[in-house]
Design a protein around this ligand. Structure first.
Ligand SMILES: C[S@@+](CC[C@H](N)C(=O)[O-])C[C@H]1O[C@@H](n2cnc3c(N)ncnc32)[C@H](O)[C@@H]1O
Length: 192
């Protein structure tokens, strides 16, 4: 990746693709900073940007996630996450903070079609892109805040959440909600 070429300070190249507008470039840089220096190295830094990040998964961000950050960061972890749920052979899986559906697609590839996947995210813009990429009879896309899930108690066999928990302002509420909607003995797989 190349950032800030001489004479073109607002252009970024990732592989052979170019982000040509300064707003796209700034959005990608802000998200990269949150991941490189916030989520991975300095958790407090990501907390400080939280107000902005919640609302910032819209506009050009879904496409940037899908085209640049997904291949760079999320896809290998998505494969790993799906592998951890490979033994789920029936029932219902809830995905929170599903974003543009990178994990959802990995789950669909690895699970039998009788497993129902309810893929949720706070930001409808992320789900709009996700649902354009994947339409499957066993996948339902639904807007939902992980801290206040619109589902009945004990209604899922497993919950999966990749790189979402660090964006939840009230993490305890989100963990409580996960516990509430999981059936007894169910599994909550998440990565941060
Ligand atoms: C880094 S992305 C991860 C997306 C996806 N899990 C992946 O691995 O590609 C974080 C996602 O968390 C979502 N998010 C932030 N706050 C949320 C909340 N309170 N409830 C549900 N999703 C939330 C954002 O909209 C965004 O799609």
């Amino acid at each position: 990746m190349t950032v800030g070429r001489r004479g073109h300070p607002s252009r970024i190249s990732v592989g052979r693709s170019w982000l040509s507008t300064s707003s796209e470039t700034l959005a990608l840089l802000r998200h990269l900073r949150a991941f490189a220096f916030g989520a991975i190295i300095l958790p407090s830094a990501v907390e400080k940007t939280m107000g902005a990040t919640d609302a910032a998964f819209a506009g050009s961000i879904p496409a940037i996630y899908e085209q640049y950050m997904g291949p760079m960061f999320f896809e290998p972890y998505a494969e790993d996450m799906a592998e951890r749920l490979r033994d789920v052979r029936q029932g219902r899986i809830l995905e929170t903070a599903a974003g543009t559906g990178i994990v959802t697609r990995a789950l669909v590839r690895s699970l039998p079609p009788q497993v129902e996947i309810v893929a949720t995210d706070l930001n409808q813009a992320m789900l709009d892109l996700a649902s354009r990429r994947l339409q499957a009879p066993n996948v339902k896309w639904q807007q939902a805040d992980a801290q206040k899930l619109p589902f009945e108690d004990a209604s899922f066999d497993a919950i999966v959440c990749q790189l979402g928990v660090m964006f939840f302002p009230d993490k305890l509420a989100a963990y409580r909600e996960a516990l509430r909607v999981l059936r007894p003995g169910g599994r909550f797989a998440f990565s941060v």
